[in-house]
Design a protein. Structure first.
Length: 257
């Protein structure tokens, strides 16, 4: 069993279908160049595409969730050997208590490298527990709702989100390529380019229909096959050409590293 892989859905990629939703322009760029973690502006400067789980390639097992992020829908594959940390598992309370006793409560409120002595290195279970502690308090804990129904974002949650983002470099050092929960609204984020491969351009929903369907939470579609049927009937020539191009392209071989 690979380290940190204690959820089968993050271990057996070939047994699950993943989707990625985006804009039509971005879909065209992905088809041409693959998924990118870094982007260049007109001046040639590199920048990141900041989202809920930080920069990277996003995917989910839920095609409805993927469509929330854009009207162009890909089916994608995560290459074997990719190491993803499952963020759906709650933090190990025993490990958290042990860290608190050894280093004080500050280890849970600050970046660990600012609290832990320089001659001490966190063991893998400690890294995973701390990561999951901050993920849980950022995305899983119920802070209540505002008047508009959106989840409250108190200062406490803000602190945990900042610390969670700081853990990205730590996860990379410990051999992880990404993290997430493939069934929640954030999905999975993969840090390392070349680990996510396009398998199919599933559908594109035109702008007018997309706004309406989004408000209805895509309730018109009972399954992914309904989405494909809708695309067959209403998709733009540009999108259908892209779908044909991808279908005719051999994507079964992993990219050369």
């Amino acid at each position: 069993m690979r380290m940190g892989m204690d959820s089968e859905i993050l271990d057996n990629f070939d047994q699950h279908t993943f989707y990625h939703g985006t804009s039509m322009d971005a879909a065209t760029a992905i088809a041409q160049h693959g998924f990118r973690v870094w982007f260049q502006n007109d001046e040639g400067e590199y920048y990141t595409n900041l989202t809920c789980l930080g920069n990277g390639c996003y995917m989910t097992c839920d095609w409805r969730i993927a469509l929330w992020f854009g009207p162009a829908l890909f089916k994608v594959t995560i290459l074997p050997g990719t190491r993803l940390l499952n963020s759906a598992v709650p933090p190990d309370g025993k490990v958290i208590d042990s860290l608190r006793r050894e280093f004080g409560h500050e280890v849970l409120n600050k970046a660990p490298w600012k609290v832990i002595p320089s001659n001490k290195q966190l063991r893998l279970p400690e890294v995973i527990a701390l990561f999951r502690y901050h993920y849980w308090h950022t995305w899983e804990e119920d802070y209540g709702r505002d008047h508009d129904g959106s989840s409250k974002w108190p200062i406490k949650r803000n602190v945990h989100e900042r610390l969670l983002r700081n853990f990205r470099s730590v996860l990379v050092r410990y051999g992880f390529d990404g993290y997430g929960n493939p069934l929640d609204h954030n999905g999975i984020v993969v840090f390392r380019e070349g680990r996510v491969v396009v398998r199919e351009f599933v559908a594109e929903i035109n702008d007018a229909d997309y706004r309406r369907l989004l408000e209805e939470e895509f309730g018109q579609f009972r399954s992914i096959y309904d989405v494909k049927t809708f695309f067959h009937r209403h998709g733009s020539p540009r999108a259908k050409e892209l779908a044909e191009h991808i279908a005719a392209t051999d994507t079964s071989k992993p990219p050369v590293e």
